[in-house]
Design a protein around this ligand. Structure first.
Ligand code: AMP
Ligand code: ZN
Length: 493
């Protein structure tokens, strides 16, 4: 029986503002879409926090035995400078400033994004679609919205008619904003351009002669609006109604609000059953944001080369730090916080490494099954990783007591404790056991020493064919032997 059948997950749904029992559309399957990065600059740790929270959620669903289709897109066009309908395309602008092809910009920062996530031990999503790879799908949905009377064409652009939509539907269902308030607070009269109303948003924009990223459409040469991209990519791979849509809380309005409106206008269906929004990472008490320059990039934290922190931190410490607060709370990145996480992480790893060498006793002084269920309960409660970590620390204490003969577990319980600790620490939280990595380096060194010894014997026996073979074959797998008067040493590439 898959684990999910015995666990009830509750998710805080931003749509209802309540924790709701998670009931997937298709039993045993989860469809999840997360808005990916706009690839015009290196990702900062704020972006990473959001994606890391979803990586943990993805890992937990998989751990429970769900078949998850996790779609995280790459925004490679259509995201304009002010996150609305005016200004330059973020990617075109970078290309212009650096005298590159826009696709060179896209390639450079997509590669950086993947490298960062790889270093931080992320699982790759099931599908990573690009906006420019789905223009036909976007154009099709725009046509449907026009046909249903919720969009209008002006001068080669297409706009979503928010006022018309709001007569029969609720533009504000997710963000809880009222159209009247949006109208009263609107300061954008100058930027209105061709729009009937400033609240309308672009589905397709005509490209002026300077705009380099443009494609043909039924309305002339142009480019898609940012919101329609996610509607096209999410519904193409997950269906017109799917389980989970996520992103940073800053995307709730207008991006996600507009995604709902677009799908309802095109197909008469709300696209998403559970909306998950992650809270922001702060630095020095202020939101980490590219626009204000208040950022630290992952490589700067990993190398220690930055002006904010006293030392370098390991990838798993960054993951542990993130998991020590709920994805729904603001998290302030500080040296003290990271130092404390480093200590906590090391304590957990020590316990896990001791665990392997513990002996079982005749009876148990601790209820491992009950403790294990508490770990699941924590994650079932809207992925409450800080509570999970508190339970893992409780087990850490127990491990040390067993080591000191102050507690004992029978062999079944000891096995269950080991399995549960490993499952949650490595599979769910995605931490990497540094000590284990070191010990595999030790093992490699030990194995090479044996080969060096055999090579020395071959030389003594004047079997130079064998001694050369050992040296050459090692070189082929990237291990160089170096002979000197003191003996033979080796280096790895
Ligand atoms: P962008 O590349 O600007 O579209 O952002 C990619 C993702 O990072 C979005 O889901 C944002 O909500 C998220 N994000 C941006 N800044 C932060 C931050 N300071 N903390 C957490 N998430 C963030
Ligand atoms: Zn999106």
């Amino acid at each position: 029986m898959p684990l999910y059948e015995s666990q009830n997950i509750k998710i805080y749904n931003s749509l209802s503002g309540e924790k709701e029992l998670f009931q997937p559309i298709s039993s045993g399957h989860v469809g999840m879409y997360v808005c990916g990065p706009t690839v015009y600059s290196n990702v900062h740790l704020g972006n990473v926090r959001t994606f890391m929270s979803f990586d943990m959620i993805y890992r937990y669903f998989r751990h429970l035995g769900f078949k998850v289709r996790y779609v995280r897109n790459i925004t490679d066009a259509g995201h304009l400078e002010n996150d609305a309908d005016e200004g330059e395309d973020k990617i075109s602008k970078k290309a212009r400033l650096e005298q590159l092809e826009p696709m060179e910009v896209v390639q450079r920062y997509t590669v950086d994004f993947h490298k960062v996530l790889d270093t931080l031990n992320f699982l790759p999503p099931s599908i990573e679609p690009t906006a420019t790879g789905h223009l036909i799908e976007q154009i099709e949905i725009i046509k449907m919205i026009i046909d249903n009377g919720f969009a209008y064409v002006v001068n080669g652009s297409v706009y979503f008619d928010v006022h018309k939509y709001n007569e029969t539907h609720d533009y504000g269902v997710l963000s809880k904003r009222k159209l009247e308030d949006l109208i009263n607070n609107s300061r954008e009269l100058q930027g209105q351009g061709d729009k009937k109303n400033p609240q309308d948003f672009a589905l397709w924009k005509k490209a002026d002669s300077k705009h380099i990223m443009k494609w043909p459409s039924p309305w002339g040469e142009g480019f898609p609006g940012w919101h329609i991209e996610c509607t096209a990519m999410s519904t193409k791979y997950l269906g017109e109604n799917f389980d989970i849509h996520g992103g940073g809380i800053d995307l709730k309005f207008p991006h996600h609000e507009s995604e709902i409106a677009q799908n309802v206008a095109a197909r008469g269906i709300a696209p998403v059953n559970y909306w998950i929004h992650t809270n922001m990472l702060h630095l020095n008490g202020q939101r980490m944001a590219k626009s204000t320059g208040n950022t630290v990039n992952p490589d700067e934290l990993l190398s220690g080369k930055n002006k904010f922190f006293t030392k370098a931190y390991a990838p798993s410490v960054i993951r542990f730090f993130n998991a020590q607060s709920s994805y729904r709370s603001i998290l302030d990145l500080t040296d003290d916080g990271l130092l404390a996480s480093e200590k906590g992480f090391n304590r957990l790893m020590e316990a896990i490494n001791i665990l392997d060498s513990l002996n079982s006793g005749n009876s148990s002084t601790f209820d491992v099954s009950e403790w294990r269920q508490k770990c699941y309960d924590a994650m079932n409660d809207d992925f409450n990783s800080p509570i999970l970590i508190a339970h893992l620390f409780e087990a850490t204490k127990l491990v040390n007591q067993i080591k000191d003969n102050k507690a004992s577990l029978n062999s079944d319980d000891l096995e269950l404790l080991k399995k549960t600790m490993n499952d949650f620490t490595f599979d769910v939280l995605g931490l990497v056991n540094v000590a284990k990595e070191d010990s595999s380096a030790d093992k490699l060194a030990g194995a090479v020493e044996i080969l060096i010894e055999l090579r020395n014997q071959a030389r003594q026996n004047k079997d130079f064919a064998l001694s050369d073979k050992i040296r050459d074959d090692l070189a082929e797998v990237g291990i160089q032997l170096k002979d000197s008067r003191e003996g033979t040493t080796f280096t790895t590439k």
